[in-house]
Design a protein around this ligand. Structure first.
Ligand SMILES: Nc1ncnc2c1ncn2[C@@H]1O[C@H](COP(=O)(O)OP(=O)(O)OP(=O)(O)O)[C@@H](O)[C@H]1O
Length: 631
């Protein structure tokens, strides 16, 4: 069964994030326990602050026993000192909780950056990891502080006089409830604002660098309207975010400030009910010195850090497909609709600048899943440009592209394709690292070896001591580097492989083997920018690029109806096999060496020569003048 047919979706968005967050906290149980332990000191400090003050008044100063009063104040001071020590330990525990999160996120984004080969995206993502770490630390600090402070204050109020709870707790609960209810919509507004801000910044970036072209092309009004629309969108998002700031302020007013007013208004009743003046002052101290600041920190901290954390985490850890075996997230890309064509291009037009002539114009084609497409055309006609458009690396001017039903450019389409350029990228490290770097999950050694065997990398791998052997990029030939890149792509989960002259340094046999490997890979669609006739022959479909006159069909159909294709086939067939080497060296039946440099015909692998030795007919494949195989 093809890999993509089995994937199931995991609940996306904040639910998925919450589940992952809880899983992460579960794995950090010891650190969390340490954090709770040290935070208890904060509870004790909060408790003693109000309690000692009440006792200092009731049993000391109000009875004229200054020494007792000072003694209780001393207890309060000691509690502050012990609490400060506890706070120091809390910071250490928070660091121990936050750093593993950071490490995990860095691992993920670096793997993603390497996979997508986008240096810019990588640096932006690592920046976001730092934001995630800081905001996560902020969220832990303020939420933890609120819980333990509130616990200390409420225990203190209960021990001073239970009626005090009747005055303080109801508004506190309403205030916290109001804040909790506003958190989710607030996070969405914050995300919408961030997205609008980024879209505007993006467009400004494009416009500022292209101002000369905008003016030269007379597109000022169009560009101004486009930018204006984004400014308006950001304004709307900012207003909506500001409106959701009202419940935040209201929650502080109701939960933290209203209890102060209520304590003062109900003071006569409280005193009549047996609450001592010291207990009343202690209650005011609890509310003004502990509850109100803790609530303010919670609301501001969670409102800003919490929403930012949610936004950043959603970007860094996009919700992925669930595990097939239920043990963890499935690293394979999203489900592909079974009958969606692998590649659909509709009315595609692209030019490198507003005043440049289009490189691709009005191109429309549909490629079923599992087929092989060869893209051919004269040098500079736009073959690589088409690959970049298909990969989502360039934006079309007009028209649409979709990969397996997912629009390009787009995050979901991204996961469905792998691009192998002409100059293969390999890095210093082991073969296993080089081959597995497009995979989000570890690749089993047996799979690595099978891939190497299929693509033709096995001999090189064996010479270097297997998957654990070191890769020295400078010591490899261009063809060997291409074999590594091809095997890496073969191992990836992408179902569309875009080979942009990715086999140009391989000999025809090795090229054929690599292409076969992709063709036999389940559900794989292959798009090859071909530089040999054999590659076009092997393809199910051929696209002949020629500006507005593109032709699309099978090799045989195109030989009949495309003169450009006939010319290309002719020139490929007659091309010499290697620089400054005879195209074909033959030995006649009498053992006389002869060289045939002209009159060659064939498909580049099987060559038929009519040379200077008369009517000799020979078929053989040569590279750099050396026969590799003869028939
Ligand atoms: N970044 C760029 N900016 C401006 N023009 C470009 C850019 N890249 C390519 N071009 C132009 O676009 C046209 C198509 O280039 P492209 O590389 O897609 O052609 P190609 O068919 O792949 O060529 P080749 O077979 O030689 O690799 C060429 O005229 C090229 O000069």
């Amino acid at each position: 069964m093809p890999r993509h047919e089995r994937a199931r979706r995991q609940p996306a968005g904040s639910d998925g994030l919450r589940a992952r967050g809880l899983r992460f906290l579960g794995q950090q149980r010891r650190v969390v326990a340490r954090l709770v332990l040290w935070s208890v000191l904060e509870t004790a400090q909060t408790f003693l602050m109000g309690y000692a003050l009440a006792r200092a008044l009731d049993e000391g100063f109000l009875r004229g026993r200054t020494g007792v009063g000072l003694g209780w104040l001393g207890v309060a001071a000691l509690a502050v000192a012990v609490g400060a020590y506890g706070t120091g330990r809390v910071y250490r525990a928070v660091a121990a909780l936050v750093e593993p999160l950071r490490d995990r996120l860095v691992e993920r984004v670096v793997a993603r950056g390497v996979r997508q080969a986008e240096g810019g995206a990588l640096s932006a993502l690592t920046q976001q990891v730092e934001i995630a770490r800081d905001t996560f630390a902020g969220v832990v600090m303020v939420s933890r502080s609120f819980v333990f402070t509130a616990a200390g204050a409420l225990i203190g109020l209960a021990s001073l006089a239970p009626p005090l709870l009747l005055v303080v707790v109801p508004p506190l609960v309403v205030g916290v409830g109001l804040f909790a209810a506003s958190m989710r919509p607030l996070a969405h507004r914050q995300e919408a604002f961030l997205v609008a801000d980024e879209r505007l910044a993006d467009r400004f970036g494009d416009v500022c660098t292209g101002l000369r072209d905008v003016t030269a092309g007379g597109a000022e009004e169009q560009v101004a309207a486009d930018v204006g629309e984004r400014v308006e969108a950001e304004l709307r998002a900012a207003r909506s975010l500001a409106r959701w700031g009202i419940p935040r302020v209201a929650s502080i007013a109701v939960g933290g400030q209203l209890p102060i007013v209520l304590l003062l208004l109900t003071a006569p009743w409280l005193l009549r009910s047996g609450v001592t003046p010291g207990a009343l002052v202690g209650a005011l101290a609890y509310v003004t010195q502990s509850l109100l600041p803790a609530l303010q920190n919670l609301v501001h901290g969670m409102g800003t850090s919490g929403s930012r954390l949610a936004v950043v985490l959603r970007r860094l850890v996009p919700a992925g497909p669930a595990a097939v075996d239920g043990t963890g997230p499935d690293p394979r890309p999203d489900h592909t609709p079974e009958r969606a064509p692998a590649l659909t291009v509709s009315g595609l037009t692209f030019a490198y600048g507003p005043t440049c002539a289009p490189v691709v114009e009005g191109l429309t084609l549909s490629l079923p899943q599992g087929t092989r497409l060869a893209v051919v055309g004269p040098s500079g006609i736009g073959k690589s440009t088409l690959v970049s458009l298909t990969a989502g690396l360039l934006d079309p001017r007009h028209g649409t592209i979709s990969l397996c039903g997912h629009p390009v450019p787009g995050d979901t389409a991204h996961a469905h394709r792998v691009v192998i350029p002409q100059e293969a990228y390999v890095f210093s490290g082991t073969f296993a690292e080089n081959l597995g770097c497009l995979r989000p999950d570890p690749v089993p050694e047996s799979e690595l070896l099978a891939a190497a065997e299929a693509v033709g990398l096995a001999p090189l791998l064996a010479r270097h001591g297997g998957p654990g052997g070191r890769v020295d990029p400078a010591a490899l030939s261009a063809g060997e580097r291409q074999l590594i890149a091809l095997t890496r792509a073969w191992l990836s989960y992408a179902c569309v492989a875009l080979l942009d002259e990715a086999t140009c340094h391989l000999d025809p046999e090795a090229e054929e083997r690599a292409e076969r490997a992709f063709a036999s890979r389940a559900g794989t669609t292959l798009v090859v920018v071909a530089h040999r006739i054999a590659s076009a022959r092997r393809a199910d479909r051929v696209l002949v690029m020629d500006g507005r006159q593109c032709a699309y069909g099978t090799h045989d159909e195109l030989l009949e109806r495309s003169s450009l294709y006939r010319d290309l086939v002719g020139s490929w067939s007659a091309a010499p096999s290697g620089p400054s080497q005879p195209a074909l060296a033959l030995r006649d039946t009498d053992g006389v060496d002869a060289v045939a440099g002209a009159g060659l015909a064939g498909d580049g692998r099987h060559v038929v020569a009519h040379g200077s030795v008369g009517e000799v007919q020979a078929a053989g494949y040569l590279r750099d003048g050396r026969p590799l195989r003869g028939e």
